[in-house]
Design a protein around this ligand. Structure first.
Ligand SMILES: [Zn+2]
Length: 149
């Protein structure tokens, strides 16, 4: 596949990405307005419940809010983020992540690479890049673009 086709496909993937795809597998509701629980359901405050899921050797514990009456599960913003991280890790293990290959650039002092234009619509000059070192040889990183102040 040539580069242009690859990027078109990527672009299509991202524009078709829905919330269901991100949260996937587990049924719960993310209350968009609410950043913090407890949520109210059936006139009562939902209680904090610990959930466990495993993928291979990877065990993951996270909390949800659950209604004592209808058992409906709610995730607040932080819980949703944590769960999303698990899904990402799972995809890493399954080798199912979208991969983009870029050429390394070197200006005589610094190494750098460029992001595909198609993926930068959501980025801003003020954003901060959070880089986590994943391997000791300095060749694997987890890069997260955080909203700048
Ligand atoms: Zn309920």
């Amino acid at each position: 596949m040539n580069r242009k086709k690859e990027l078109d496909k990527l672009d299509e993937f991202y524009s078709n990405l829905k919330e269901e795809d991100i949260v996937g597998e587990v049924k719960f509701e993310i209350d968009k307005g609410a950043f913090k629980g407890p949520f109210t359901c059936h006139g009562k405050k939902a209680s904090l419940v610990e959930k466990k899921i495993s993928y291979g050797d990877l065990d993951f514990t996270y909390n949800i809010w659950q209604c004592g009456k209808c058992k409906k599960e709610y995730l607040d913003f932080e819980q949703a983020r944590k769960y999303e991280k698990f899904l990402i890790m799972k995809k890493v293990l399954q080798d199912k992540l979208i991969t983009i290959e870029r050429s390394m650039n070197y200006d005589g002092k610094t190494f750098f690479f460029r992001f595909p234009k198609e993926l930068t619509g959501n980025l801003h000059k003020e954003d901060l890049v959070d880089i986590k070192l994943l391997s000791t040889d300095g060749r694997m990183f987890l890069v997260e673009i955080k909203q700048g102040r």
